[in-house]
Design a protein around this ligand. Structure first.
Ligand SMILES: Cc1cc2nc3c(=O)[nH]c(=O)nc-3n(C[C@H](O)[C@H](O)[C@H](O)COP(=O)(O)OP(=O)(O)OC[C@H]3O[C@@H](n4cnc5c(N)ncnc54)[C@H](O)[C@@H]3O)c2cc1C
Ligand SMILES: *[C@@H]1O[C@H](CO)[C@@H](O)[C@H](O)[C@H]1NC(C)=O
Ligand SMILES: *[C@@H]1O[C@H](CO)[C@@H](O)[C@H](O)[C@H]1NC(C)=O
Ligand SMILES: *[C@@H]1O[C@H](CO)[C@@H](O)[C@H](O)[C@H]1NC(C)=O
Ligand SMILES: *[C@@H]1O[C@H](CO)[C@@H](O)[C@H](O)[C@H]1NC(C)=O
Ligand SMILES: *[C@@H]1O[C@H](CO)[C@@H](O)[C@H](O)[C@H]1NC(C)=O
Length: 423
């Protein structure tokens, strides 16, 4: 079971004894492809085994009439993906902008909707952001700018809500919480603060970034072209690695069993009654709390003015199957699917049902956003993980090395290759 967990979570690299032999890589996602590229730059040949019949890993989309509906990564805020954008530029894939015409909050049980507060940063937000920046440089910068090789002090192992409550950054806390919910990172009462703090390096809360339209890119196209044009590796698609002839050692078992993941879902679903280009986010009991995790949609984005299809993201409990989550999501959508601008509180326009025929794509991300609880972090989780690197000539690189995010996994893959393969 742990073997399964670790293979799914990690793009796993094994080094052949002789430097004449190719390095085997499991997984042709962002991690595997960038590890291959870095190894090739050091003169090693590589071979990649990929279970699915396409490269890109999470970076997959549903396409209709030439338009991409994102089932995986999509966002590249200005400044957030410097290394990723070098690859995108090298293979000539450009960004698009997205500005919703209206933004709403919804009650996922009743379908009630109301106008979302404006996105523009308030003066209070800007003051907090300045204070946080100085604070962040003092306490977190030394962890954030390289691989996690040093264990964190106890004050940096507490949950996101506990840390923020102790620091008095209410505006920033609300903003972080909102993104953690939309992006499926788990409950803010459980998620340890290092992951949110790591996001500071991506400039997403820089006041200029907050004011700009969202920038998106077709990551699938980026990785397809990267694999074809810039990675020499032979890529065996449809090749699942079941066993690599290694048994997990007790220490590997301990390290990997502490990994927690979230059960996140992405989909493309037709919502024929909501206005085009509208954005809906789940409402919570307070701006700094997470919703219950029950299979409901948390974020809905009508992306194109020529289509009724929305990109949609749902969260499930660890034990919830895709069928259950789809059922809960459709039930909730069937209450939301109307024009919210035409409503009177006591005179709702009836919502139109959304049924399985409206679902064009529905994808489960069962092992998304690997992270650890406070006990594991205080027990030196990253030390233990780093100590596993190279055991039986096996190396791990993925969202597990830092944070689940394209830019971080690209940087982590390079760091692993540089640390262990350059002589
Ligand atoms: C819905 C969603 C939205 C996201 N949005 C963003 C975003 O906006 N911006 C951003 O930067 N990041 C985003 N992310 C995160 C980003 O997609 C991931 O961090 C990144 O894609 C991880 O790359 P990876 O190569 O480590 O793993 P993966 O992409 O999961 O690739 C691993 C590959 O290994 C293969 N594999 C696994 N086990 C085996 C085996 N035994 N044998 C053979 N092959 C195997 C899998 O099939 C897969 O192709 C998002 C993720 C999701 C799911
Ligand atoms: C990104 O930010 C830089 C510096 O703040 C700015 O010069 C540039 O115009 C921005 N680009 C976009 C696409 O917003
Ligand atoms: C890059 O794309 C643009 C527009 O899609 C195209 O005009 C240009 O020729 C392409 N350049 C290369 C080097 O492929
Ligand atoms: C949603 O509506 C129900 C029923 O009115 C209410 O109990 C709940 O608090 C509401 N949730 C939010 C987040 O507003
Ligand atoms: C639809 O969007 C495209 C691209 O963003 C834009 O050029 C066009 O003017 C829009 N059309 C309408 C009717 O809004
Ligand atoms: C390497 O594999 C062998 C055989 O499965 C195992 O006994 C040993 O503990 C492993 N060593 C490491 C460091 O993982």
């Amino acid at each position: 079971m742990y073997r399964y967990l670790c293979l799914i979570l990690c793009s796993l690299i094994t080094l052949s004894a002789s430097s004449e032999l190719p390095v085997c890589i499991v997984g042709a996602g962002a991690s595997g492809l960038s590890a291959a590229h870095s190894l090739e730059a050091l003169g090693r040949s590589t071979v990649i085994f990929e279970e699915k019949d396409a490269v890109g890993g999470n970076a997959q989309n549903y396409y209709e009439n030439g338009l991409p509906y994102y089932l995986g990564p999509l966002l590249v805020n200005n400044g957030s993906h410097p290394e990723t954008m070098k690859i995108a530029n090298a293979v000539n894939v450009t960004t698009s902008t997205y500005t919703p015409v209206s933004s709403w909050l919804f009650n996922w049980t009743t379908g009630e909707t109301w106008v979302s507060p404006p996105d523009e940063p308030s003066p209070e937000f800007l003051r907090e952001y300045q204070r946080y920046t100085a604070h962040w440089e003092r306490i977190f910068a030394r962890f954030a700018r390289g691989a996690y090789t040093e264990n964190m002090p106890d004050e940096l192992t507490v949950s996101t809500s506990e840390w923020f409550a102790g620091q008095n950054y209410p505006q920033l806390q609300a903003r972080f919480t909102r993104n953690i919910i939309s992006w499926g990172y788990g409950d803010v009462d459980e998620l340890p603060i290092p992951s949110p703090n790591q996001f500071y390096t991506l400039s997403i809360f820089n006041p200029p970034s907050l004011a700009r339209p969202q920038l998106t890119i077709d990551f699938h196209e980026v990785f397809e072209r990267y694999a074809r044009q810039l990675v020499d590796s032979t890529i065996h698609l449809g090749s699942k690695i079941e066993s690599i002839g290694l048994e997990l050692t007790p220490s590997e078992r301990t390290v990997f069993s502490a990994v927690q993941t979230t059960n996140y879902f992405s989909s493309a679903i037709r919502l024929n009654n909501t206005p085009r280009l509208s954005l809906f986010r789940i409402a919570t009991e307070s701006p700094t709390s997470s919703p219950p995790i029950a299979g409901e949609p948390v974020y809905i984005e009508g992306r194109f003015n020529t289509s009724d299809l929305s990109c949609l993201y749902s969260v499930g409990r660890p034990d919830q199957s895709p069928e259950e989550v789809a059922a809960v999501t459709l039930q909730s959508l069937s209450r939301i699917n109307r024009d919210p601008s035409s409503q009177e509180a006591d005179d709702w326009e009836p919502a139109a049902p959304v049924d399985p025929s409206d679902v064009k794509a529905f994808r489960q991300h069962r092992y998304y956003f690997p992270h650890f609880d406070q006990t594991a972090l205080q027990g030196g989780w990253f030390d233990k993980f780093n100590n596993l690197q190279g055991g039986n000539r096996t190396y791990y690189t993925s969202g597990l090395n830092r944070v689940e995010h394209v830019e971080f996994v690209i940087v982590s893959a390079r760091e692993v290759v540089e640390a262990h393969f350059s002589s």
